[in-house]
Ligand binder design. Structure first.
Ligand code: KIV
Ligand code: ZN
Length: 515
């Protein structure tokens, strides 16, 4: 890990998928999922992982603390408001990391100063006190003037200087509401570097939201002006329209190094695997035409393009699929494929499995291959994404299901579920087969959770394609998701709903409120 000073050409990558990304309504991840993603980010070469907001809940604290204990090369950062209790809690959570960091922030724009009802002088005093307090606990301190891009220039320079003098080692300049434009983003960093005493001693970071679709451009413009840390998330996950996407800034710097002569420590070949993982656990699928990681990002559909590609890949391709970890071939697997072939194929797709995990996945693969003649890469990825949580170890599981549907309603479902060691069954009707199935589940496990999202997408083409179903539920402000894949859309729906309910049971046991 490079030292945290301004460097000419190294740009630090700060990933906030587990904090800002997880703040997207419904993107809640379980403890184990957060640990797994943090490990993947560390292995990929992310310099700083913002692991969560420790004061927000016991669950957030436990996740940040466990991520810190298992961290290898990445700095582990915990977020804290400008309050002594937040800062102490953040330090408690990150202190076991090899490289801990506290990130404290306060809203400095007129709009944000009005909320705690502080005048400029009072807020300046709070900044001095809280950054000094954090620095007394930890040597690595990041401070953010939230809504910096709508803060008056003179006041921004004044508070940044105070934070530097109080011991901040990184100053992050957030475009909290996604309002700025590239030229402005660059001017702001340039102004701070020119006007603030001590600015050359610390690292400036850029943190952009994507409300106007300019987050990546704004982040790169800030780097051009002297920022040396980019804050970003996998797949651009984040509040509202999301944050700068990690894969976009990393690949932009790599592909256009002629005009952006910087380097990051990221192994870009791990991007695709992380993208799939984050999409699966957050329940936010990646749009097909998303830059870098979208399903169509490397697809060449038109005849002219295909012809050009066959003659020479660089006719239409500015980067190679392998550079982001997409396997070159789509070798099809089938029911005669053995365990060794499956292991090698999964390794190719970026999944490294232990023997027990492989055994479990192989059973599911065989079940799928029995129903589906050809098993494509996307089928295996869907299989991997749902098989990380083994349903037989969950409190509830689908045991059997048959539905009657067609033009003569009402549609009905005969459904049996396992509750720990007991099997219960019921018959229910509904407006369509999925509605009948959800009614059956609801009558076996009564609950008040509201269905916020029901989404189906076909994993591959063809009428025997698997369907991946995502279900999002909300109960008393707590949001959970469940996902499942099956060649039978109705079965996938039942399993996804039950997976969401299992996650809801976990969430119910967490007593502390969310941030
Ligand atoms: O967008 C923002 O301002 C933030 C801060 C907490 C840095 O996420
Ligand atoms: Zn943010």
């Amino acid at each position: 890990m490079a030292p945290m000073t301004n460097q000419k050409d190294r740009v630090l990558i700060f990933d906030t998928t587990l904090r800002d990304g997880e703040q997207s309504p419904g993107a809640t991840m379980t403890h184990d999922e957060k640990l797994e993603i943090a490990e993947m980010l560390d292995d990929m070469g992310v310099d700083i992982i913002e692991a969560g907001f420790p004061i927000a809940s016991e669950g957030d604290f436990a996740a940040v603390s466990d991520i810190a204990k298992r961290s290898k090369n990445s700095v582990i950062c915990g977020l804290a408001r400008a309050k002594p209790g937040d800062i102490e809690r953040a330090f408690e959570a990150v202190k076991h990391a090899n490289l801990p960091r506290i990130h404290t922030f306060i809203g400095t724009s007129p709009q944000h100063r009005a909320i705690p009802n502080l005048d400029m002088d009072q807020m300046a005093e709070v900044i001095h006190t809280t950054v000094s307090h954090a620095r007394n606990l930890c040597d690595n301190i990041q401070w953010s003037p939230m809504d910096a891009t709508r803060t008056e220039d003179d006041y921004l320079c004044r508070v940044v200087e105070i934070a530097i003098k109080a011991g901040a080692t990184t100053i992050n300049i957030p475009d909290t509401v996604g309002y700025t434009a590239p030229a402005e983003s660059a001017d702001l960093i340039r102004m701070l570097l020119e006007r603030v005493p001590g600015a050359d001693e610390i690292t400036f970071a850029t943190h952009c939201h994507n409300d106007l679709g300019m987050a990546t451009a704004n982040a790169l413009a800030a780097v051009d002006a002297g920022a040396r840390q980019i804050e970003c998330t996998i797949n651009g996950l984040g509040e509202r329209a999301g944050n700068t996407a990690l894969e976009e800034v990393v690949m932009a710097i790599k592909v256009r190094n002629d005009i952006m002569p910087y380097e990051t420590g990221i192994d870009s070949r791990q991007i695709m695997n992380l993208s799939r993982k984050v999409a699966a656990v957050s329940g936010f699928p990646v749009q097909y035409n998303k830059a870098i990681v979208g399903k169509n990002a490397f697809a060449h559909e038109s005849g002219i393009h295909q012809d050009g590609m066959l003659k020479s890949a660089d006719t239409f391709e500015i980067m190679r699929p392998e550079d982001i970890g997409l396997s070159e071939t789509s070798i099809v697997m089938g029911k005669h494929s053995g365990r060794a072939a499956l292991r090698s194929k999964l390794e190719n797709l970026g999944f490294d499995l232990g023997d027990n995990q492989l055994k479990d996945v192989f059973v599911r693969f065989k079940e799928l291959a029995d129903r589906k003649k050809e098993v494509f890469d996307d089928d295996l990825i869907a299989l991997m994404n749902v098989s990380t949580a083994n349903p037989s170890r969950e409190p509830m599981e689908l045991s059997s299901l048959s539905v009657v549907c067609g033009t003569e309603g009402p549609q009905s479902a005969d459904l049996a579920m396992r509750f720990d060691d007991e099997i219960k069954s019921v018959k229910a009707t509904g407006d369509g087969p999925v509605d009948a199935v959800f009614n059956a589940i609801k009558s076996l496990f009564p609950h008040d959770a509201r269905l916020q999202l029901y989404q189906v997408h076909a994993v591959t083409e063809g009428t025997d394609a698997q369907a991946t179903v995502s279900v999002r539920l909300e109960e008393n402000g707590k949001i959970v998701t469940g996902q499942s894949s099956d060649t039978d859309t109705v079965v996938a729906s039942a399993k996804a709903y039950i997976a969401a309910l299992n996650n809801l049971l976990v969430r119910r046991t967490k007593s502390a409120p969310d941030a």
